[in-house]
Design a protein around this ligand. Structure first.
Ligand SMILES: [Zn+2]
Length: 442
């Protein structure tokens, strides 16, 4: 057997960290003792460190092998570190060679970090909301770090090309096909079908399920609770298996594989005394009396200011009485809204934050938004536009703050001036309308 060639600069991550540590200690020693020997040794270590870094990362800019990627995940590890107990089951991945597309459910913002802990044969790239890749500093970091971006819920051909290039260069790519966080812990419908594209890539499709992430940090709660997170590779479809199914069959299979209900089996206990905090920004309507925007999450209780009804959350995040779970409650709101959908007419005055195209400057303006069964409309002193609902498959939103969409490549954040809880209602209405359109088509 050939002996591996001895490297002049051994550049494993451990050695680079050890070198950096040594350099800092020697520098401190030189400063404290004010003598020449530790100073020379420190200079030598720094030179060795710089050379190691250079050889370790040369030619890797713009890929997940780059120094920037390592730096991003170094920061992420400091930030999220060991906050959660994460268990990984990636046995099915051990037989997969080469690049793949990894598809996962999406319950919390931190999902990318949990997925990074799988034993990937190479660092994966992530497909993220373009918002994170166009701001100053973040833009440079994402580009150099090999992070891929997409304009949410818009047709964006260049994204496909960039994913293809990443895969051809041998890197796995992580995609959350729902394109947004789950509101109630149940998977969102997948509004942008990817089967035809995945089949063209001719690489394995790897399905991952993340358990426990939703209640650790649902989109409606600011605080993170410790939780048992389990990341499992549940299924691998090889390219030859992808050939045997049609696009429609594969899209159905993807939706089925990724379907998840966080309330169905809650493994962790949540002893916190403020489990309902923020829940009213998603559960914006009382199912007992039907009134809008009068619910409030206080301690572990969801109360209605209008009818006085309360629902208590237990340590498994279940209600103590009917409708028993958060998704069941949300479903009842969904049914109420569906019944009134024909006469839907929403309007709000907004403060609008517009992110210039391709990282251009941010500007603010005052305006008004409308939504009915035909279209979304916006008008301000500067401009007005209308988006027919067929071109708006979903509306991303941030609970209690804003809803957002792209128009002419510019991301618009609409902050209602009154009743900020209504953003959840706008998003749900757009979902219901999409559901109704799809029902007609099928
Ligand atoms: Zn009520």
């Amino acid at each position: 057997m050939d002996r591996p060639e001895k490297q002049l600069f051994p550049y494993s991550r451990k050695r680079i960290t050890a070198l950096a540590f040594l350099a800092v200690i020697l520098l401190l020693l030189a400063l404290v003792l004010k003598t020449i020997i530790p100073a020379i040794a420190a200079l030598f270590s720094v030179t060795l460190l710089a050379a190691s870094l250079y050889f370790r990362y040369q030619g890797t800019a713009g890929t997940p092998d780059s120094m920037m990627y390592a730096f991003i995940f170094f920061l992420v590890r400091i930030w999220l570190g060991r906050k959660q107990r994460v268990t990984i089951d990636d046995r099915l991945l051990q037989e997969v060679e080469g690049p793949y597309i990894l598809l996962s459910n999406h319950g919390s913002f931190e999902d990318f970090y949990y997925i990074s802990q799988i034993a990937h044969p190479r660092n994966p790239s992530y497909l993220v909301n373009e918002y994170y890749c166009t701001r100053p500093i973040l833009k440079t970091m994402a580009k150099r770090g090999g992070i891929l971006s997409k304009k949410l819920f818009t047709r964006d051909m260049s994204t496909g090309v960039r994913i293809m290039r990443m895969v051809r260069n041998g890197f796995p790519v992580v995609i959350f096909p729902e394109g947004r966080l789950s509101p109630d812990g149940c998977s969102n419908p997948i509004v942008e079908n990817g089967a035809a594209f995945y089949r063209r890539l001719r690489v394995p499709l790897v399905f991952v399920r993340i358990d426990g992430a939703y209640f650790a940090h649902p989109k409606w709660r600011k605080e993170t609770f410790p939780s048992d997170i389990r990341v499992s590779v549940t299924h691998v479809l090889r390219p030859e298996q992808l050939k045997e199914v049609t696009d429609v069959q594969l899209d159905e299979l993807i939706a089925k594989e990724l379907y998840y209900d966080a309330s169905a089996e809650v493994r962790s206990c949540y002893p916190q005394k403020d489990k309902a905090m923020g829940l009213d920004s998603l559960i914006y309507r009382c199912i007992d009396c039907g009134v809008l925007y009068q619910t409030e999450g206080v301690g572990n209780e969801l109360r209605c200011r209008a009818c006085g009804k309360t629902h208590h959350l237990d340590e498994h995040y279940h209600f103590a009485d009917a409708p028993w779970t958060i998704p069941a409650y949300y479903d009842q709101i969904r049914r109420m809204e569906a019944e009134e959908l024909e006469s839907l007419s929403l309007h709000t005055a907004v403060r609008t934050k517009i992110f210039g195209a391709d990282g251009g400057p941010v500007r603010w303006e005052d305006g008004e938004c409308w939504l009915d069964t035909k279209a979304f409309r916006y008008q301000s002193g500067e401009k007005s536009f209308e988006i027919p609902l067929e071109k708006l498959p979903a509306l991303a939103f941030s609970c209690g703050k804003e809803f957002e969409l792209y128009h002419e490549n510019e991301l618009h954040y609409f902050y209602p001036l009154e009743e900020s809880k209504q953003v959840a209602r706008w998003a749900l209405a757009v979902d219901l309308m999409a559901e109704r359109r799809n029902a007609v088509i099928h």
